[in-house]
Design a protein around this ligand. Structure first.
Ligand code: COI
Length: 356
């Protein structure tokens, strides 16, 4: 059956849902996908024919530029269901703006806002049963764009595919997060693509992160590529350091992803009168604070990771332990943020977005 929505999103309905094949109590992040996917192609200078169809394989030429030059960007968002069955998004316009910002850096044409929201909201309603209510359950939303033009000349594609996938999710990290501070490898450099959610930014982290994993750590905290002296961000999260009662985090630059959870935590902290310093944070400042006992917390923020406390960090083969606490800033901000996201408390910031 084919349906048309207001922005002319075509819907090709599934015959039977796969939902009963999924064990919602044992989800591993990003492994299961819902019944539908959204797809829209860019050809001859325009995005056209936005379509929601059953989730399944694509047919793309092996010469498509995405396979050769990595011209691809993505986003990460989540949908939440409240106890009344209403579906909520969190600051979705920020994700929409950021994917187009990332696209610009990768010479990809901007995606239209009406297609984005019509496609996303229509699909959320079709896949509504995949969003389980209750704290900790969510639907991870993965919009992405790939270069589909066939040809291996090293130049921007003139054809693209914009897609949205949904994956039912629970926690990204289930226990303590242990990190290694980068001494040799870099995630990004001045003038590079660090601020974009470019697919290649993540691929480039896999090898150094594997080395960290071999030593029992989960992620790398990247440092500035010039001197490896300043702490920047972790693989899937922005990073905050609490020294006494002050929060420190690297400032947004063309090396750092402008995280939406990061921005939200800063707003919550400032509202509560907590001093937040967005400035370069040196490694020596943090190792010294750890030794003299003023380093109270390190935590990462991100859509997938939400707010994840770091339990240990390693630098120059020395491991530093963070005090264990359930009453720190990380716990407090996570509680308020998730209560806003699940429509459990008033949203004085206007961040919540109802899917109707
Ligand atoms: C997100 O938090 O959405 C991310 O981008 C992390 C992802 C790479 C798993």
């Amino acid at each position: 059956m084919n349906l048309k929505t207001q922005a002319s999103v075509t819907v090709n309905k599934i015959e039977t849902s796969r939902i009963n094949e999924v064990d919602f109590n044992n989800l591993s992040f990003g492994d299961e996908f819902t019944d539908y996917m959204f797809e829209c192609d860019y050809r001859a200078g325009t995005w056209s024919n936005p379509t929601i169809k059953p989730f399944g394989p694509l047919s793309i030429s092996p010469a498509a530029k995405v396979f050769h030059y990595g011209q691809a960007v993505f986003e990460g968002m989540k949908a939440y269901k409240d106890v009344d069955g209403k579906i909520w998004l969190f600051r979705p316009e920020d994700n929409f703006n950021r994917i187009n910002h990332s696209s610009k850096r990768l010479a990809i044409p901007a995606f239209p806002k009406n297609f984005f929201f019509e496609g996303l909201e229509t699909m959320l309603k079709l896949d509504s049963d995949w969003i389980k209510p209750g704290m900790g359950n969510s639907l991870y939303i993965r919009p992405f764009v790939i270069a589909t033009q066939c040809g291996v000349s090293a130049s921007p594609s003139d054809e693209y595919k914009f897609m949205i996938l949904f994956s039912p999710a629970q926690a990204y990290y289930t226990g303590d997060v242990k990190v290694v501070i980068a001494e040799h490898f870099s995630r990004s450099a001045d003038g590079g693509v660090g601020a974009a959610k470019a697919a290649g930014n993540y691929a480039a982290q896999f090898y150094p992160t594997n080395l960290a994993k071999e030593k029992g750590f989960h992620q790398v905290i990247w440092t500035d590529s010039n001197e490896h002296n300043y702490l920047e961000e972790a693989g899937t999260m922005n990073v905050f350091f609490r020294v006494n009662d002050t929060l420190l985090t690297a400032p947004i630059s063309d090396r750092i992803l402008d995280g939406i959870t990061r921005r939200s935590v800063i707003a919550l902290a400032k509202r509560d009168g907590i001093k937040v310093e967005e400035r370069r944070v040196s490694i020596s400042e943090i190792t010294e604070a750890s030794i003299n006992g003023t380093l109270k917390e390190i935590f990462g923020t991100g859509t997938a990771a939400v707010i994840s406390p770091v339990s240990d960090f390693s630098y120059k083969e020395q491991v530093y332990h963070l005090p264990k606490s359930t009453e720190g800033f990380a716990t407090r901000f996570k509680k308020e943020l998730t209560e806003i996201q699940y429509n459990q408390i008033e949203d004085t910031f206007g961040w919540r977005y109802l899917v109707e």
